[in-house]
Design a protein around this ligand. Structure first.
Ligand code: AP5
Ligand code: MG
Length: 190
């Protein structure tokens, strides 16, 4: 299975991605975690993106597309993957489809976690990561609305969007995602 999980800052993408990747036996790929690791390791990419990530700005599409291209070519993702926080812009979504065409693969479904802004702020502030200042959180919410919400239509039109109420308890969100995926997997095996 090949999945993407989208949602605002603190929507629970990482929390759900970790559980889903275990439940489905697929690799969890978090672009936010990859960037934070690159920043700590002071790689060329890390140095390039550090300020943007800290301020809650998006990293340039071309850097993200290359990062994902390299990652999806690794042998450990052959059985499937779950992209956490990617794609985030219409351009990234289109480029992902081009890449998957090249690899003769297909995105099974894009999951979006619907969570009210007030809850996003509350959860992010409670977690207090380095980029969880009130200004950076507001900026990430604004960018989610401007850049990521429009691409939901892209997946909806292709009948590949799974919309989930992400404001529920963690276990409930997990079950709501897993049920339709299990039904789909069963349908495909018949
Ligand atoms: P990224 O790391 O993806 O940050 P984000 O989108 O702001 O999301 P978070 O990781 O903060 O939240 P989450 O949805 O994973 O929630 P979590 O499970 O942790 O990206 C960081 C930065 O990298 C971006 O700002 C950008 O600069 C750059 N970047 C990354 N991808 C990019 C891309 N594709 N293009 C360009 N730039 C990119 O949960 C949050 C908290 O809530 C936790 O404490 C958790 O325990 C709690 N929680 C979770 N679910 C629930 C629940 N159901 N009920 C109660 N509490 C819950
Ligand atoms: Mg995360």
């Amino acid at each position: 299975m090949r999945l993407a999980i989208l949602g605002g800052p603190g929507a629970g993408k990482g929390t759900q991605a970790e559980r889903l990747s275990h439940a489905l036996g697929i690799q969890w790929i978090s672009t936010g975690d990859m960037l934070r690791q690159a920043i700590v390791a002071q790689t060329r990419l890390g140095e390039k993106v550090a300020t943007r990530v800290k301020q809650g700005e998006l990293v340039a599409d071309e850097d993200m597309i290359e990062l994902i291209r390299q990652r999806l070519l690794q042998p450990d993702v052959a059985n499937g993957w779950l992209l956490d926080g990617y794609p985030r812009t219409a351009f990234q979504a289109e480029e992902l489809d081009f890449l998957l065409d090249d690899l003769k693969q297909r995105l099974t479904v894009a999951i979006v976690l619907d969570v009210p802004d007030a809850v996003l702020v509350e959860r992010s502030l409670a977690r207090a990561r380095a980029d969880d200042t009130p200004e950076a959180i507001q900026r990430r919410i604004a960018l989610f609305q401007e850049r990521t919400i429009p691409l939901l239509e892209y997946y909806e039109m292709r009948d590949r969007l799974l919309r989930i109420d992400g404001a529920q308890a963690i276990n409930r969100v997990h079950e709501d995602i897993l049920k339709p995926l299990a039904a789909q997997a069963e349908g495909n095996s018949k």
